[in-house]
Ligand binder design. Sequence first.
Ligand SMILES: [Mg+2]
Length: 228
Amino acid sequence: MHASQLRHLRSTTPNAAATAPSNTVAAPPVKHHRSVAPLLPMTLLSKTRPLLVLDLDETLVHASVEKVPHEVCFGVNMGAQTVNVYVKIRPFAREFLKAVSAQFEVAMFTASLAAYADQVLDYLDPAKMYVHHRLFRSHCTNVDGVFLKDMSLLGRSLERVAIVDNSPIAYSLQPENGVPISSWFDDPSDTELMKMIPFLEFFAQVQDIYRATKTFRGKFHPMHASVH
Ligand SMILES: [Mg+2]
């Protein structure tokens, strides 16, 4: 399998964006607004809890079409052929999902295709207990070939939304809602998800999520501190 096949399955967000300071990522004009209908349905949870939006690739997992050491492998139907995808799970991913799902309404929002991402989520959360909503590339806003996650389309008050994503450009339309996390590929000693749990639990309790995310960026990711 060729690595380029993975780009069709997964986010095409440029790798450089994962490490670029948010203040250098100018929000481009949105050319295509897909729909005025909210992307998420109203639920009982949404009345009482803030929404936590979670990225998938390099935030919770890393996937490859090359046969590398992996936790799970599955075939993804690409129409004319089935591509084997080898997936590694970031350390503490399940503990993280369990913890945040007790405090937030949780939506996975990935720029990857549903044919791939649905299978990863079915593996990570088979009983659908932790991730309440799933959004895929088709729900992203395509700006010059980059798939942005426009949280104004979700149908939630933006003061009650936080997004954890390794690519700042993915939330560049609403950078003040962003909770940065480092990109993960294969480090078995990574503890970023575990370390983030207490801060997200704090976010869930505060009224001013903008202030909370700003504090997080300034304290733990100084390069993001000048966003706001
Ligand atoms: Mg990502």
